[in-house]
Design a protein around this ligand. Structure first.
Ligand code: TK8
Length: 337
């Protein structure tokens, strides 16, 4: 009696494992995935996209092939967002700041001096309110996977070392195409001009603009030190990157494929944050070694800058609504403890 039962059981098990194998085969189809980003291949962004591609290849046995397109070769953040919505491109990573025209809640991340440490930013972005804001992208045809670190932003320019608020005056400053950044720097007295990142190096080189603001990492890897003399450590904003995918495309993927991509995006996020922080620590010294003149600003001046930026904060509140704004503030306060 025993034997046939075992035989039956074995064949049932065999059968079911065959079935699983078949389902697996269908669940991961051979696909080419275009992943666009704005910075150079040799940057924190480029390195993390590369890691993502490797993870996806490994987890899918090479079926899902991620092709990376750096240096805005598929277009500016803006152009790529539209390509994702239309289904002409699959994945990108870019600034949340350039998404505000599509999903206004993203403006909350542009609040000047919102975070005071990277760990605080992680907790808020990866927590419930970060998810809530990310999920609003879906009704616009995008799916947000994870936030990556761009870093605290600092000012560079060619006119003068900025040590006091008044010294922003008259500096033609490129800002991200985003109303909150425009307002923040107009309030500080700069002549703020919106421009896509992909046009920034040339604009600095030809002196169409005098300055810009970005984390140390980007100032280094985009070689802004070649065309900028002064660097002021302002840490005025932490505006993250976000990995987004085309919803049109995402909805056609199997749950297994989605799981592989999500898991790889998380691994790449954890790698990217460590890599970015490590690079930021040594980037400042490297920028100095390359000839940039660096200055800090004292706490009193930072306070004056914050006060001046108050109308920009009001703009964020008007854009995202007081309720959401306060939720983010509360999460930030909790994370600061
Ligand atoms: C890269 C941009 C960049 C951002 C900017 O595409 O535009 O200044 O900081 O990182 O998203």
């Amino acid at each position: 009696m025993k034997r046939p039962f075992i035989a039956l059981l074995t064949s049932a098990l065999l059968c079911s494992s065959l079935v699983t194998a078949n389902v697996q085969a269908e669940e991961i189809r051979s696909r080419m995935i275009r992943f666009g980003y704005g910075l150079n291949e040799n940057s924190n962004q480029g390195r993390a996209v590369k890691l993502f591609a490797e993870e996806v290849a490994r987890a899918s046995d090479g079926k899902l092939k991620v092709r990376a397109f750096g240096a805005a070769s598929l277009g500016s953040d803006d152009q790529m967002q539209r390509a994702l919505i239309g289904g002409a491109q699959e994945i990108m990573v870019g600034s949340t700041a350039t998404l505000v025209g599509i999903s206004k809640e993203m403006a909350v991340w542009d609040t000047p001096f919102l975070f005071s440490s990277a760990q605080q930013a992680d907790a808020v972005l990866d927590g419930p309110v970060g998810r809530e804001i990310m999920d609003k992208l879906e009704e616009k045809g995008l799916v947000g996977l994870v936030y990556w670190e761009n870093g605290f932003r600092n000012l560079t320019n060619n006119v003068r070392p900025v040590t006091r608020l008044e010294e922003f005056s008259g500096i033609k400053l490129r800002v991200m195409p985003n109303p909150v950044f425009l307002e923040t720097f107009r309030m500080m007295g700069a002549n703020a001009l919106p421009l896509p990142f992909s046009e920034l190096f040339t604009a600095l080189e030809t002196r169409a603009v005098d300055g810009q603001e970005n984390p140390f990492n980007t100032i280094l890897t985009s070689r802004f030190y070649e065309v900028q003399k002064y660097l002021t450590v302002t840490n005025h904003a932490y505006s993250p990157w976000i990995v987004t995918v085309s919803k049109r495309w995402w909805d056609k993927l199997s749950a297994t494929e989605q799981g592989i991509l999500l898991e790889a995006a998380r691994k790449a996020r954890d790698f990217e944050r460590l890599d970015t922080r490590e690079e930021a620590q040594r980037a400042l010294a490297e920028l100095q070694a390359k000839g940039m003149q660096v200055n800090e600003i004292d706490a009193g001046e930072v306070r004056r800058m914050r006060e001046k930026a108050a109308p920009a904060v009001q703009k964020v509140i008007d854009t995202v609504g007081r309720e959401l704004f306060e939720k983010v503030q509360q999460e930030a306060e909790k994370a600061a403890l």
